[in-house]
Design a protein around this ligand. Structure first.
Ligand SMILES: Cc1cc2nc3c(=O)[nH]c(=O)nc-3n(C[C@H](O)[C@H](O)[C@H](O)COP(=O)(O)OP(=O)(O)OC[C@H]3O[C@@H](n4cnc5c(N)ncnc54)[C@H](O)[C@@H]3O)c2cc1C
Length: 465
């Protein structure tokens, strides 16, 4: 097939993929059986960081990646570009299995990883607009303010200092950005803005410079100890790592491992300097809120607002499909959020709307596994907070595979086990209930300014706090 149709199809997946310089022509597929030491399935952040650190530690290791589309095709090339601290999982569950110290170390690791990503970006000369200006979490109603206070307490219990977590009055918030309707906010310096597609594609090139072989348009049909079966042949390897996040549910026997929920985004046209002056939004600052269906936004390197949120309904027949990447109702909600909180940008044209599937484990808690006996491993289940987590997952897998004694291999997600989701239609009903209840709780809280107790109904399908 000629390169053109792929190019258009890949660029349509996100603002970031659309804006990539150069060509998106797929790399050579795997056309015959081959041998390597480590075979990695999936060229998103998890797969590429794993490959990157493996080669950093052991340059002569033969590492081959197979990717069903192109590097960065999945959420790694589509996300909100929040490189931000915070656990991708339940502190309570992790504490139960590994103790308080391990959870404190895990929290700290998510903070230092923001800098680790910045370090590699600089070292590998990846132009992805990385700018570390922190994140701001605004509260726009008393129940949101209460949730911020709860989060602050949890953060302090995990060792957050006054530097790591700062609670701001409305006037103090304005020094970071003018968020209409804010009654309070939290600020943390542990956040950086990126263009995710440029990072993931730049990382693929950095891996190739280290000698990693990447085959694109090469779907893995089956993963087993010692081999990955692909249409063009078999990849034989001592170690096989799965880095397929939500797409794991499409592999044989894995459909209930995660709930594939969609997160969707919109982006404005580039805004003129006078609008940015009015918004008073520090460059690089990440902004979100504490609605149950929260928004996450960034000021992009080319001067747009890119803003995203959840709430797209799960589709029973086609849980992962390009049809699920756009939704009139989510787009309308995001446009309302934009106009409400950033009125200076209210008239800006919306140039892009896109989305991607998240992998939500039954307990909403990420895991990293490696079995030296079978040589099989994986990292994932980030529930939509995977940019930092995938770097940690990749570094941890590299240490586990190479038998390196490191602090990473005793973090609480290593060996963590989440049970499977209930079979359909129960998983479908649970996912629809999550969206409906959270949506209506937000409407209640916005209208009445009081906490909506109905979210307690979701406790059987949400992680313990
Ligand atoms: C709209 C949106 C916004 C988000 N915003 C943020 C954010 O701001 N900050 C944050 O931390 N997280 C965010 N996330 C989540 C984050 O993007 C993901 O957690 C992260 O990118 C996961 O990386 P990954 O490499 O594990 O998986 P993916 O990026 O999903 O990569 C998996 C890759 O595997 C390939 N693949 C799948 N099956 C096969 C197969 N059988 N054979 C070969 N290849 C296969 C896929 O094509 C894909 O390229 C967001 C997600 C979305 C959808």
């Amino acid at each position: 097939m000629p390169a053109e149709p792929f190019e258009a199809r890949y660029r349509a997946r996100s603002l970031w993929l659309d804006g990539l310089p150069g060509s998106l022509t797929p790399r050579r597929s795997l056309e015959a059986s081959a041998d390597c030491d480590v075979a990695i399935v999936g060229a998103g952040f998890t797969g590429l960081w794993s490959a990157y650190y493996l080669k950093q530690h052991q340059p002569d290791l033969r590492v081959t990646l197979v990717e069903s589309e192109v590097a960065g095709y999945g959420p790694s090339g589509r996300n909100g570009g929040w490189v931000s601290s915070g656990l991708s999982g339940s502190a309570k569950l992790y504490r139960r299995s590994h103790g308080q110290d391990a959870v404190v170390r895990a929290q700290r690791e998510t903070q230092t990883t923001v800098d680790e990503i910045g370090r590699v970006v600089e070292q590998e000369d990846i132009e992805c607009g990385y700018l570390k200006a922190g994140w701001l979490m605004a509260a726009t109603s008393p129940p949101q303010e209460q949730r911020l206070a709860d989060s602050e307490r949890s953060a302090r219990a995990l060792g957050a200092t006054a530097q790591d977590w700062q609670t701001l009055t409305p006037e103090q918030v304005d020094a970071y950005a003018r968020v209409e309707g804010r009654i309070a906010a939290a600020y943390s310096p542990h956040g950086a803005r990126i263009d995710p597609a440029r990072l993931v594609r730049g990382l693929a090139e950095a891996c190739e410079r280290l000698g990693v072989v990447i085959h694109e348009r090469t779907p893995a049909l089956e993963l087993a100890s010692g081999r990955v079966r692909c249409p063009g042949g078999e990849l034989r390897a001592t170690t096989v790592l799965r880095a397929t996040e939500s797409y794991t549910t499409q592999l044989p026997g894995q459909s209930l491992r995660y709930l594939p929920l969609y997160s969707l985004m919109i982006a404005t046209e580039p805004l003129p300097p006078e609008v940015w002056d009015e918004l008073g939004w520090r460059d690089g600052l990440l902004i979100g809120d504490r609605h149950h269906l929260f928004f996450y936004a960034q000021r992009t390197a080319d001067g747009r607002i890119a803003i995203g949120g959840r709430g797209a309904p799960y589709q029973l027949r086609h849980p992962i499909s390009v049809q699920n990447e756009r939704s009139d109702s989510v787009r309308a909600r995001l446009e309302r959020v934009l106009r409400r909180h950033f009125p200076a940008a209210a008239d800006a044209a919306i140039t892009h709307h896109w989305g991607g599937p998240l992998a939500v484990p039954r307990d909403w808690s990420m895991a990293v596994h490696f079995n030296p006996g079978t040589g099989l491993g994986y990292a994932g289940g980030y529930s939509g907070h995977g940019v930092v987590a995938a770097n940690i997952g990749g570094r941890t897998l590299a240490d586990l595979v190479l038998g390196r004694d490191s602090d990473l291999t005793t973090l609480p997600w290593v060996g963590h086990h989440s049970r499977r989701w209930e079979p359909e239609p129960l998983r479908f009903l649970a996912s629809r209930a999550i969206v409906r209840v959270l949506e209506s709780a937000d409407v209640h809280e916005d209208t009445h300014g009081t906490r909506a107790c109905r979210t307690a109904l979701l406790s059987p399908v949400m992680p313990p706090h």
